[in-house]
Structures are given as structure tokens and as C-alpha cells.
Design a protein around this ligand. Structure first.
Ligand SMILES: [Fe+2]
Length: 192
């Protein structure tokens, strides 16, 4: 019986069972999970574990064993469905970091539409954690992370085009998360 994947520990264990052979991808994943924990004040307390679980699993679909459509957010989501993961966790993984833009470039919009996107502080914070962490786990500011992706992929390629189109959407998620963190810090400084 697979685990229910409703704790960050279970999510981390699943990630660790598939991603370490991928090297940098595993370093990136561990750093995104740590970053998600750091910024978890941007989401309600009851959602903080889910944020960290989603961070552990967001890039699971890069594991060669899970290769299906070849688009990692969908391949990861499909595997999580097979494992009986909570719906919300599946949908967060399917829609992390503007997946809808790349799905369109790949002709996979219908496949991605099987999973509803929630526009929420939680998805914003997941985007923040991913988009401020470099490909080998470095800490990057958002603009540098986007520029780094654009340099890695050729102009006119699927990823380059998708990230260019997604940039304003991703920037909005970053800004909203920063605003929520500022508010949370102010409230705790004021003892509220
Ligand atoms: Fe990803």
C-alpha cells in the first residue's frame, strides 16, 4: 500500500526514491522544499505542510521512470494520481510555475486541463519557492532565475517561448507572495 502522501515527510521520501540519480534536479528539489518552508508564512497555517509537500514533488515528473507525455508537470501529476495522492497536491504539481504556458506550446493543454488550477496564496508561494531557486539549488532573485532559464534554452524553443509568455504571471505570484510575507512579518512584529 503506497503512503497517502499527506505529510511533507512522505513527499520527501517519494522524491528521494526517484530524483537523486538526476543530480542537479535533486539538489534543486531539496532547496525548493527548504525555501517553501522558509516562506510558509505566506500561506495559512493549515496549508503549510501541503506547500512543502508540493515543493518536494513539483519536479517528480522528470524521473525517467515516470516519462509519459514528456511534460514533467503532467507526468508527475499522473504518477501522484496513481499513488492516490490528495487531489490538491496533484493539482499544485500539475500547475506549478506557469505550466499552462508550456503545455500550450507543447500541444498538451487538454491533458493539463484534466487538473484544475487553483489561483491561491499556496500556488503563488510554490511558484515563489521554485522561481527563487536555481537549477542546482542556488538562491536566485526572480529576475535572475528567469534570465538564467532564458539563457539555458534556445530562442524559439518551447521552454524559451513559454517562460517569456509566463513571465508577467510568474512575476505577479512573486510579488503577491512578497507582500504576504511582509504583512505576516509586520503582524508578528506587532504581536497580532
Ligand atoms: Fe518544474
Amino acid at each position: 500500500m503506497p503512503s497517502a502522501l499527506d505529510t511533507p515527510q512522505e513527499a520527501a521520501a517519494l522524491a528521494e526514491s526517484l530524483l537523486p540519480p538526476l543530480g542537479n534536479r535533486w539538489l534543486h528539489t531539496q532547496a525548493v522544499a527548504a525555501r517553501a518552508r522558509e516562506v510558509s508564512a505566506a500561506v495559512p497555517e493549515s496549508e503549510r505542510d501541503l506547500l512543502v509537500s508540493a515543493a518536494w514533488l513539483h519536479d517528480l515528473g522528470y524521473a525517467p521512470e515516470l516519462h509519459d507525455t514528456g511534460f514533467h508537470p503532467i507526468d508527475g501529476a499522473r504518477h501522484l494520481v496513481r499513488l492516490g495522492a490528495p487531489d490538491r497536491l496533484v493539482r499544485l504539481v500539475a500547475h506549478h510555475s506557469g505550466a499552462v504556458y508550456e503545455a500550450e506550446q507543447r500541444g498538451l493543454s487538454a491533458e493539463l486541463a484534466a487538473y484544475e488550477r487553483e489561483d491561491s496564496p499556496l500556488l503563488d508561494a510554490l511558484i515563489y519557492a521554485d522561481m527563487t531557486t536555481g537549477p542546482a539549488g542556488q538562491s536566485f532573485v526572480f529576475e535572475r532565475r528567469i534570465d538564467e532559464i532564458l539563457v539555458r534554452y534556445e530562442v524559439g524553443s518551447v521552454v524559451h517561448t513559454a517562460i517569456s509568455k509566463a513571465r508577467p504571471y510568474l512575476a505577479g505570484a512573486i510579488q503577491r507572495t512578497q507582500d504576504r510575507l511582509t504583512r505576516a512579518a509586520d503582524q508578528s512584529a506587532n504581536g497580532l
